[in-house]
Design a binder for this molecule. Sequence first.
Ligand code: NAP
Length: 331
Amino acid sequence: MVPEAPFRAFRIHADAKPFRAGIEQISAAPLQAGELLIKTAYSSVNFKDALAGTGTGKILRVPVLTGGIDAAGQVVASRDPGFKEGDAVLVTGSGLSETRDGGYADYLRVPAAVTVALPAGLSLREAMILGTAGFTAALALWQMEANGQTPDQGPIVVTGASGGVGMLAIDLLTTAGYEAHAITGKPEQFDALIALGAQQCISRKDLYWGQRPLETSRWAGAIECVGGEMLSGLTRVIHPYGNIACCGMAGGAELHTTVMPFIVRGLSVLGIASANTAYCVRRSLWERLATRWKPRHLETICRNEKSLDALPLVFDTMLSGGSFGRTLIRL
Ligand SMILES: NC(=O)c1ccc[n+]([C@@H]2O[C@H](COP(=O)([O-])OP(=O)(O)OC[C@H]3O[C@@H](n4cnc5c(N)ncnc54)[C@H](OP(=O)(O)O)[C@@H]3O)[C@@H](O)[C@H]2O)c1
């Protein structure tokens, strides 16, 4: 049933001067094209949501839309034979909060081609504790394994470890049989990271990468969320034929290195771009996240469950590097 009454949405006006974003009442009329109308149950907060919702990053490619790159809920109307009313579904990335309305609203209209049926083994809530962050961690490990990474090569280090991608990556790696190490700017969270499965925790402040193009190698691979100096340093300390999954830029977008890690150690730096992952990969990774790669500590990693009103505060915490785990948004 298409909603008759107006409903709440966190709208972003990227073209307004000054920039403006907040909760508004909208009706079904301006909802965009798409075969499926979804009643949203949960969304989540990712770093990209904070960039979009504060205007700190140029994420929107249209002037005005609803924020939220993730959504999970139930189909209330379908014009696609693959989905019917009542189906539980999820959408991550795929243009949400970039070119089309996202998950920070009671209702969302989306194309069937980007909508994933909720796999058995995941609840709507669990799907959004994972959200783009969990999907990104899974995509990273999937690409690393496709490029030869195996648990017996040695530990995988996770950077930005206390953030959403970071905590889910530690849990997922451990579940998948890897030894996970954590690098964090929050030594006070060592115990929490160890409880997720991290076998070593290193404070960001204590890191010293040395001066040479290649230093003594320490890890077989990395799931890297920070960028800048962190990524540059890691290229010099990965075991031969290891992989760095380059996911983020929470600490900087630059990369300074030499060709030595590539031509001497056979290092691969793998680009991880979750937003527009092919549908067949998307579906199979969500299946995996619901079964043999399902992180074991989802409820622990979900540190906050909030309503739309809390978004501005969550965004500010995130952009100042203060994230700890995942924030779920309940609609
Ligand atoms: N490529 C993709 O498809 C994709 C998908 C999702 C996310 N990402 C990116 O991955 C990164 C993490 O995303 P998220 O959603 O997990 O964000 P998040 O929950 O806010 O986590 C970010 C973490 O990065 C670390 N950090 C923050 N500021 C930093 C700084 N100035 N220097 C060094 N480390 C800093 C902090 O962890 P510690 O204090 O523990 O170090 C923080 O908790 C972001 O850059 C995001 O854009 C990319």
